[in-house]
Write a protein that binds this ligand. Structure first.
Ligand SMILES: Cc1cc2nc3c(=O)[nH]c(=O)nc-3n(C[C@H](O)[C@H](O)[C@H](O)COP(=O)(O)O)c2cc1C
Length: 149
């Protein structure tokens, strides 16, 4: 199960690594359970064609704004969106998982919701900061369903 992700301060990186370890453990117990392949997108990444179905994990970074009628403009994570837009990559995007911080209230995980809308795919799940083990279990189960369709 291929995951493309962006991580500026390491939280998403920590969570997807936890998810990959969990997938490896699940696969060892039951070989029908799929493992996870990670691909980190960074500002320096050169655009490439993704041949297989994938899911995107994106944290939320939005410009200041007043939290009411503005402040929804994506910053920092843009390269991931551009990577998905490259050639036909978006056709292989199965869904988006978002992360953020609930202190941002209604802006919580908004970038992932914006991606889901923009690319017409489901917003699959959310988790806060580095996520919990319960988030890991839940999201692995969701990914299994999404990738087996
Ligand atoms: C400048 C800045 C803006 C942020 N804006 C939002 C936001 O609008 N909504 C949200 O849910 N989280 C917001 N966050 C929280 C981050 O999404 C959260 O810390 C996330 O785990 C960062 O992931 P990363 O460490 O993989 O980059 C913001 C964090 C920073 C530093």
């Amino acid at each position: 199960m291929k995951i493309l992700y962006f991580s500026a301060s390491g939280n998403t990186e920590a969570f997807v690594n936890k998810l990959k370890d969990y997938g490896d453990q699940q696969h060892q117990v039951d070989s029908t359970k799929q493992t996870i392949e990670l691909m980190r997108i960074e500002d320096e990444s050169s655009f490439d064609i993704i041949e297989e179905p994938f899911v995107a994990f994106v944290p939320t970074y939005l410009d200041g704004g007043n939290g009411l009628d503005n402040g929804t403009q994506e910053i920092i994570t843009n390269t991931l969106g551009e990577f998905i837009e490259y050639k036909d990559n978006s056709k292989r995007l199965l869904g988006v998982v978002g992360s953020g911080n609930r202190n941002f209230n209604w802006q919580y995980c908004l970038t992932a919701k914006q991606y889901a809308q923009k690319f017409s795919v489901p917003f699959l799940a959310d988790y806060e900061l580095r996520g919990t083990q319960a988030d890991c279990d839940k999201i692995y189960t969701i990914l299994q369903k999404v990738f087996s369709k």
